[in-house]
Design a protein around this ligand. Structure first.
Ligand SMILES: O=P(O)(O)O[C@@H]1C[C@H](O)[C@@H](CO)O1
Ligand SMILES: Nc1nc2[nH]cnc2c(=O)[nH]1
Length: 351
């Protein structure tokens, strides 16, 4: 067999025939910007000089994953020029919480697929649009759909839009998510204001900041204590009281796992022992990226399901995405009000 294996960008290995028309593997003097010489595994010792379309595509996918400063700057320019705005607050809508972007006034909408170099959303409940406009007088941009590690995107790509927000002028990141409640005091529909996180992907040696550091974004070794802005947490608690939902608001620790599978009982027990209150599949790498470039962060989890931490035969204790979406839909009004009121306070304080 003369073929060899190349990742095709979907994470699956593909065997290519010698589809470049040069069956002997000789150099033909053809120059390609993406050219990488490889030893031909035919054992002939000769070097194959042309890349197949699949290889070129794989290289491009790799390149796109690196997102240098200049590429992020181009995306940010596209958005600020296209919207005529430099938003101050960035919002990331969690699963089923896209309505947070629907309340934005005078919206300019950018479909992800039309934004140069932007990934696409593949998850139900994540529409795949960037909405720029005003909310309670403040200029905002909201991601109606985020990127998850389990979709096959590297963490740097999942959180790349946070850097785009930064270069658009964003100072505050509001990150929201749907999460499973591990703390037994939490009920479905409660809101947990994040005051810290346990980064399970980080424990496994994965970070959105891996690779060369560009100091234009931030330092090589950023500190993460005090990542979640205490003033904003306190303001949100006050707003919760004013809304009459005080008993549904908690402050706690979120943990991000890779997904897409939900957790086993043993994993949930272990997370609880580590002090985790709610578990999900996002947000943490976005927060790390935001803190790296010195944004103020406010984040909350909508508890969409209670995680069982004891063994049981009951089917209804198994998490599922339909339930997650249904609960998010039911609670979107309260989530929208909390976010709007907090943004109003930030705007008034800076006016
Ligand atoms: O984007 P978030 O973190 O809100 O979505 C959660 C995690 C999975 O994507 C999905 C599981 O139901 O909801
Ligand atoms: N990992 C994880 N993510 C979720 N998103 C919503 N619910 C859950 C859950 O129970 N576990």
């Amino acid at each position: 067999m003369t073929g060899y294996k190349v990742a095709n960008g979907n994470g699956t290995a593909k065997t290519n025939g010698n589809s470049n028309g040069h069956s002997n593997g000789h150099c033909n003097g053809h120059k390609s910007a993406d050219y990488t010489a490889q030893e031909n595994p035919t054992g002939s010792g000769k070097i194959r000089c042309e890349l197949t379309p699949e290889e070129l595509r794989a290289l491009r996918v790799l390149h796109e994953d690196t997102y240098p400063y200049e590429v992020i700057e181009e995306i940010a320019d596209f958005i600020t020029k296209g919207s005529g705005m430099r938003p101050k607050i960035g919002i990331i809508c969690g699963s089923g919480l896209g309505s947070l972007a629907d309340i934005i006034q005078d919206p300019k909408i950018f479909e992800y697929e039309k934004i140069p170099n932007f990934p696409v959303s593949t998850v139900e409940g994540h529409a795949g649009r960037l909405v720029v406009g005003t909310l309670e007088g403040a200029t905002v941009m909201a991601m109606q759909g985020r990127f998850h590690f389990y979709e096959g995107y590297p963490l740097a790509k999942c959180s790349m839009p946070v850097r785009v927000m930064k270069l658009c002028g964003v100072e505050y990141l509001f990150a929201t998510n749907a999460a499973g409640g591990i703390n037994p005091r939490f009920a479905v529909g409660d809101i947990m204001l994040m005051h810290d996180h346990v980064n399970m992907l980080g424990f496994a040696g994965n970070s959105p900041l891996q690779g060369p550091n560009d100091p234009r974004f931030g330092p090589r070794f950023p500190a993460l204590v005090n990542s979640y802005n205490k003033d904003l947490i306190n303001k949100a608690i006050e707003i919760g009281k004013a809304m009459g939902i005080e008993s549904n608001i908690h402050v706690g620790v979120y943990s991000c796992l890779g997904g897409p599978n939900y957790e086993t009982i043993a994993e949930l027990k272990a997370l609880r022992m580590m002090g985790v209150d709610a578990v999900g599949m996002s947000t943490v790498h976005e927060v790390i990226t935001a803190r790296h470039c010195d944004m103020k962060v406010f984040a909350f989890s909508l508890i969409t399901n209670k995680c069982a931490t004891e063994y049981s035969d009951k089917k209804d204790e198994e998490a599922n995405h339909e339930e997650v979406m249904a609960v998010a839909k039911n609670r979107q009004k309260a989530c929208c009000e909390l976010v709007s009121r907090l943004i109003r306070e930030i705007h008034l304080a800076s006016a």
